[in-house]
Design a protein around this ligand. Structure first.
Ligand code: DGL
Length: 264
């Protein structure tokens, strides 16, 4: 049996969309979630800082005894996955590969990718899509206001819709047939994004596709526990974070711990 505990990392609450999908698909395996809420957002930061923060958080999760790490953050996956894989002796899964595979398998010919500024600047999605299907037309758009809107819980709000219209109008007029949500916060805006995009455009969510890939990887490779632990660590913790976390997960969060990465 290879796996006892999976670590899931995000800069904040967005990775809970991946954890939620994992909990639907994987029964009886301990999980540890880590959200670097004190230093969010990562998407506006430089590649060096994203790498440094991601590595620190990944090492913390390894100290908690995980034997697989899911980088449930596109920004961290885009910039830091190779370095984290080199540094850690456990399997590390990112969110980009699964999302790209799902998007290209729809038979799409014109894919729109949305993500944080850092993810879009890295060109990771566009390169990964073109590596599999060079004939696909890829157009990318950074949507920096989406993360703060999600962290404020404004999933279905007229301000969010206005912002979505502003960000997405160029992709609509370009005639994309598939929209890839390249940020784990964005599945929470799926309603508004779907409304703005209209019918006929498939929306691919990298949270669900990554969870499905992790479930395939661990299948039959762990001892199924009757009451597995789910522990949540955050570098900052407020009542509103907790409320948001429970809203995203759709379940009560027991075992929530605030961690000080420098002082531990
Ligand atoms: N959830 C992160 C992602 O998937 C972005 C949040 C942030 O900017 O920190 O890229």
């Amino acid at each position: 049996m290879k796996y006892n505990k999976i670590g899931i990392f995000d800069s904040g609450m967005g990775g809970l969309t991946v954890l939620k999908e994992m909990l639907k698909r994987i029964n009886g395996l301990d999980m540890v979630y880590f959200g670097d809420t004190a230093r969010l957002p990562y998407g506006t930061k430089s590649p060096d800082v994203i790498k440094q923060y991601t590595l620190e958080c990944s090492r913390f999760l390894v100290e908690q005894g995980i034997d697989m790490l899911v980088l449930a953050c596109n920004t961290a996956s885009a910039h830091a996955i190779s370095m984290v894989r080199n540094e850690l002796n456990i399997p590390v899964m990112g969110v980009i590969e699964a999302g790209v595979k799902a998007a290209v398998s729809t038979g799409a010919s014109r894919i729109g990718v949305i993500g944080t500024t850092a993810t879009i600047k890295s060109n990771t999605y566009a390169n990964a899509i073109r590596a599999i299907r060079p004939e696909v037309d890829v157009v990318s758009k950074a949507c920096p206001l989406f993360v703060p809107l999600v962290e404020e819980g404004m999933f279905d709000d007229e301000v969010t819709e206005l912002v979505a219209k502003r960000y997405l109008e160029g992709l609509i007029s370009y005639g994309i047939d598939t929209l890839l949500l390249g940020c784990t916060h964005y599945p929470l805006l799926r309603g508004v994004i779907g409304k703005v995009m209209g019918n006929g455009i498939s929306i691919v969510d990298s949270a669900a596709t990554t969870a499905a890939a992790v479930a395939r990887m661990v299948h039959g490779e762990y001892e199924c526990k009757e009451s597995p632990d789910v522990v949540y660590y955050f570098t900052d913790l407020t009542q509103s974070y907790l409320k948001l976390g429970e809203l995203v997960l759709g379940r009560h969060m027991d075992n929530v711990i605030k961690v000080d990465l420098d002082g531990r």
